[in-house]
Design a protein around this ligand. Structure first.
Ligand SMILES: Cc1cc2nc3c(=O)[nH]c(=O)nc-3n(C[C@H](O)[C@H](O)[C@H](O)COP(=O)(O)OP(=O)(O)OC[C@H]3O[C@@H](n4cnc5c(N)ncnc54)[C@H](O)[C@@H]3O)c2cc1C
Length: 474
């Protein structure tokens, strides 16, 4: 079994070649291009951290298949402790990168598949679970990583997949040795920087929708898969601004892409569900609960740690740290951060073996969905506080180049300084600016609030609570 060094990991991105498009052209060098370099650096750094004894047992885990120590990014949860470590892994990487750990949805889809394929083999006599275990052993052997390809294009949300087949990834051909798939997956976090895409359906399916009921592993890269990078104002900034101007230069922002599967062949041994519409809802629910635990209370707690740190630095710079309302903002932000982390940890601690007898563990649904539901609101709240603490400069700050311009630099350095030099203030304002865009990303990542409410409305058990009230009414 190999353990890839960061450099060896980067080499793996060359073969098979990734066809990645950004801003209208094909990217020649993913290691150097401003829109992909940050993703490559964070993935390479995660390989480095996994081999650091300080993170042993947190970023690595014992494989239930080979018994060997492997990346926790490809490890299956076999205990409450594994769920807790999954939460702390997300927090650790978020604080390190200030952006995503790009194998996060891959880890969570693998875990949802472990439980669901076990259940299907037990109930249907299929061999999906043994295929999955063989695949995971392959991942371990190659020290490979996975992305999680869930979100379909979905087109007109009021129509079903058969009414608009292009809008949902589907099987277009069955062969004796495998299947051919066609479609796209949108908003895919750092997908091309992984070695496999774990494809799962995005919506619960019904009879007659079998060709959309597909879970499989697709190798990244090659001629039949194309990636189109997100391009928003921060992307333009990374493309055109000087390095020192761009906050969080090393790792960047949450980079996603669209994956286009242009009639891609998948061998049967990489197919883990095909046609069993009755198990799709369970698979999606298991994935969503794990991913909401992590996306709500683990990485978001880490991101808020960075944002609150930036707010506190700004209050120091502006001499407002003793002001009651500023300290209120900071205290409330820390409360919100801790509530999110507490929900994620409780989701893990209240987790359970699921399905019973399988040895696989999943988080508590209510705490997991609470973490993500609250994160959507709390992130906008804390961004609001940060905007207040930073003042208008959070939007109106000039370029750092202007501070060096012989005509105006001296004036700007004099007038924009506070308890810190003007340059530090401008840099900090731009770092806070970056976090403004994390709020909508937090809103939708792992599903917008209504998706959590659908799960929570279904899951809440009111009868015991009614009994409680009745008893006290005598
Ligand atoms: C930064 C970021 C990273 C991401 N990373 C990944 C990733 O790695 N892998 C992945 O697969 N996905 C990823 N996603 C996608 C994310 O999971 C989706 O954005 C999210 O689930 C919402 O789906 P959508 O974007 O299609 O919006 P929609 O689902 O269309 O939601 C938009 C609005 O429409 C409503 N709506 C949707 N459908 C219906 C309906 N049938 N009836 C009534 N109302 C409806 C929703 O409730 C919401 O209010 C990422 C997203 C972001 C922002």
């Amino acid at each position: 079994m190999v353990k890839l060094s960061p450099e060896e990991y980067i080499e793996t991105l060359k073969e098979p070649r990734r066809l990645i498009y950004a801003d209208g052209s094909l990217i020649k060098d993913v290691v150097e291009h401003p829109l992909t370099a940050g993703v490559v650096r964070s993935m390479a750094r995660s390989y480095e951290m996994e081999q650091d004894p300080a993170f042993k047992g947190l970023l690595t885990a014992r494989s239930f298949i080979s018994g060997r120590e492997v990346s926790r990014g490809i490890a299956i949860f076999r205990s409450i402790e594994d769920l807790c470590k999954r939460v702390d892994m997300g927090l650790t990487y978020a604080r390190e990168f200030g952006t995503c750990y790009y194998s996060c949805p891959g880890c969570d889809t693998l875990n949802a598949l472990a439980a669901t394929t076990w259940e299907m083999d037990k109930e249907l006599g299929t061999d999906y679970h043994s295929r999955l275990k063989t695949f995971i052993r392959e991942l371990e052997e190659r020290d490979a990583r996975c992305s999680g390809a869930v979100t379909d294009a979905k087109g007109d949300r009021s129509l079903r997949p058969p009414e608009q087949p292009d809008m949902y990834l589907r099987v277009v051909e069955e062969r004796s040795d495998g299947i051919v798939i066609r479609g796209c997956k949108v908003s895919q976090s750092g997908a091309w920087a992984n070695h496999y895409h774990i494809v799962v359906p995005n919506v619960a399916l019904r009879e007659g929708e079998e060709k959309f009921a597909l879970a499989c592993a697709v190798p990244a890269g090659g001629e039949r898969i194309k990636y189109v990078c997100q391009y928003n104002f921060y992307s333009a900034y990374r493309m055109h601004a000087d390095r020192e101007e761009v906050p969080n230069w090393p790792y960047g922002f949450r980079e996603t892409c669209i994956i286009i599967f242009d009639d891609v062949f998948v061998p049967w041994d990489h197919v883990f569900l095909y046609g069993e519409v009755g198990y799709v809802g369970k698979l999606i629910t298991r994935f969503a609960n794990i991913h909401r635990m992590v996306c709500g209370g683990s990485c978001k707690a880490g991101f808020l740690d960075i944002l609150i740190g930036a707010m506190a630095l700004m209050a120091d710079q502006l001499g407002t740290m003793r002001a009651r309302h500023i300290r209120n903002f900071l205290a409330r932000a820390i409360v919100m951060r801790n509530v999110l982390y507490a929900c994620a940890k409780m989701a893990a601690l209240e987790g359970h073996e699921e399905p019973e007898g399988s040895g696989f563990y999943g988080p508590d649904l209510i705490y997991a969905n609470a973490a993500k539901l609250l994160a959507a609101d709390y992130f906008f709240e804390v961004v609001k506080f940060a905007c207040d603490v930073a003042g208008g400069l959070v939007v109106t700050a000039p370029s750092l180049k202007d501070l060096k311009n012989p005509d105006v630099g001296e004036h700007l350095r004099r007038y924009l300084r506070a308890r810190a030099p003007a340059e530090d203030r401008v840099k900090l304002a731009k770092l806070i600016q970056l976090w403004l865009m994390h709020a909508p990303a937090t809103w939708h990542g792992a599903g917008p609030p209504e998706y959590e409410m659908v799960f929570l409305r279904r899951a809440i058990d009111l009868e015991p609570l009614k009994e409680l009230a009745k008893r006290l009414m005598g």
